[in-house]
Design a protein around this ligand. Structure first.
Ligand SMILES: Cc1ncc(COP(=O)(O)O)c(C=O)c1O
Length: 427
């Protein structure tokens, strides 16, 4: 996702602490995007550091097929209890099994394979998958197939499998989305294995936000036809949208829940795909050919498990949800100021996420203002990485008011500078 010819040299990070990155040469930068949305409690949280150090000295890695260990078992118990708690009062079957992999993309691949395999092992060959237009689910081939087709993957298009994309529910067009889905389900509902979506916020599409109620409705419609719901909470999981998991705001328990990024507090790479017993049971068979065929060498890595367990314990020991709420309050205040700017549209906030669109002749990923804002912010000690003409702030939850104010203020100046440049060019 970087054009090396034009992007400039990479910055050399020596260490990090809390919301700050420390560069070689002494410069300090506020990490306004949680290092690509992975970090939750701040960099090098001492509890996670200690857990990983301790685990590294005991058991660093072992085959996780036919073997097990404390970190994986303790994490699984903890994760499932957090999930149970978060989805209390939501509609659906409890998630009781976890498949560990090593990234968001692999968590998605696993979910897709489970969905297709579940139906097949139950004697139903469902060959279709539907996804929400604009989604991003990763860069492996299955994940790319389900994601938005665009400049990111145009080259690989002939190699991607067919996925039908439901029109995105832009404001005022929600009925169109529901009508499309209704028509599809009437025709192909029984051939459709799964519906994959990023619940309520589409990250890479530009932090696009849509109503939880609409997702609930779409989920209910899919359920009538036995279409499995795959919630991609790789970005939205672990508090980003104000609740532990975004799907709970739509009051649904997904059939397959994909997690990564914040799972380890952003400390180590890890993916997890959670499934209910019925999906586990579909592969539980006397026949070897019916097993779930998927392996990743580092599945259940003990150090990643230890990091994830420590991270989940931090949720119990520190007021993390309260911090997210406070970040949201600051964002909403800032949203008020930014909404008054004529060069800005659609200022939006959900949980700890703040986003706005800059008016530009070229909207979307190829807009050149992303680079200009990125450079300006970095020169002024803040890491933001706009997506085309969308600028967003997605900070670690430990960020303090002073750093948040600094981000808003620097972004304001960055937009002024863009505007003045535009005026100069026009003159
Ligand atoms: C919603 C979503 N799904 C999947 C992925 C892929 O995760 P990874 O980069 O860990 O493969 C991402 C990454 O940004 C994401 O935002």
């Amino acid at each position: 996702m970087t054009q090396h010819k034009t992007f400039g040299p990479a910055l050399h990070v020596e260490r990090a602490e809390g919301a700050h990155l420390h560069l070689r040469g002494g410069k300090q930068i506020i990490d306004g995007i949680s290092s690509w949305w992975v970090n939750t409690h701040g960099h090098c949280h001492p509890k996670i550091v200690e857990a990983v150090q301790e685990q590294a000295a005991k058991l660093e890695q072992v085959i996780f097929a036919g073997f097990t260990h404390d970190p994986a078992e303790n994490l699984t118990r903890k994760l499932l209890s957090k999930v149970r708690e978060s989805f209390e009062n939501c509609d659906g079957v409890p998630l009781q099994h976890v498949f560990y992999s090593d990234s968001g993309s692999t968590a998605i691949e696993v979910a897709l394979k489970m969905a297709i395999g579940y139906h097949d092992n139950a004697g139903e060959q469902r060959t279709k998958v539907i996804a929400l237009e604009g989604g991003y689910h990763g860069d492996t081939f299955g994940a790319m197939s389900t994601g938005e087709r665009g400049v990111f993957n145009a080259l690989y298009e002939p190699f991607l499998f067919e996925v039908k994309h439901i029109p995105y529910p832009h404001k005022g067009q929600e009925m169109r989305t529901l009508q499309w889905l209704d028509k599809w389900l009437n025709r192909y509902g029984k051939d459709t294995a799964a519906f994959i979506f990023e619940p309520i916020v589409q990250g890479a599409a530009g932090m696009r936000m849509y109503p939880a109620k609409l997702l609930k409705k779409m989920a209910e419609m899919c359920r009538e036809y036995g279409v499995l719901l795959i919630a991609d909470e790789v970005m939205t999981g672990f508090g980003r949208t104000g609740t532990m998991f975004a799907s709970s705001q739509a009051e649904i328990v997904p059939d397959l829940l994909c997690l990564s990024k914040g799972l380890t507090g952003g400390f180590l790479p890890m993916g997890a795909t959670l499934a209910p017993r019925k999906i586990y049971n579909a592969f539980y068979h006397d026949e070897k050919a019916k097993q779930f065929f998927h392996s990743t060498s580092f599945t259940g890595n003990p150090m990643a498990c230890a990091a994830a367990l420590a991270s989940l314990e931090i949720w119990d020991e520190e007021p993390v949800l309260q911090s997210i709420q406070t970040i949201g309050e600051h964002h909403r205040k800032a949203a008020g100021w930014y909404s008054a700017r004529p060069d800005i549209t659609d200022v939006r906030v959900k949980g700890s996420i703040f986003a706005l669109d800059v008016r530009d002749d070229v909207s979307g990923y190829l807009s050149s203002i992303a680079q200009e804002i990125y450079d300006f912010m970095l020169d002024n000690g803040v890491l933001l990485r706009p997506i085309g003409n969308t600028v967003y702030i997605l900070p670690p939850y430990c960020i303090d008011e002073q750093d948040l104010e600094r981000i808003y203020e620097t972004l304001w100046r960055s937009l002024d500078s863009l505007r003045d440049e535009g005026l100069q060019q026009a003159a």
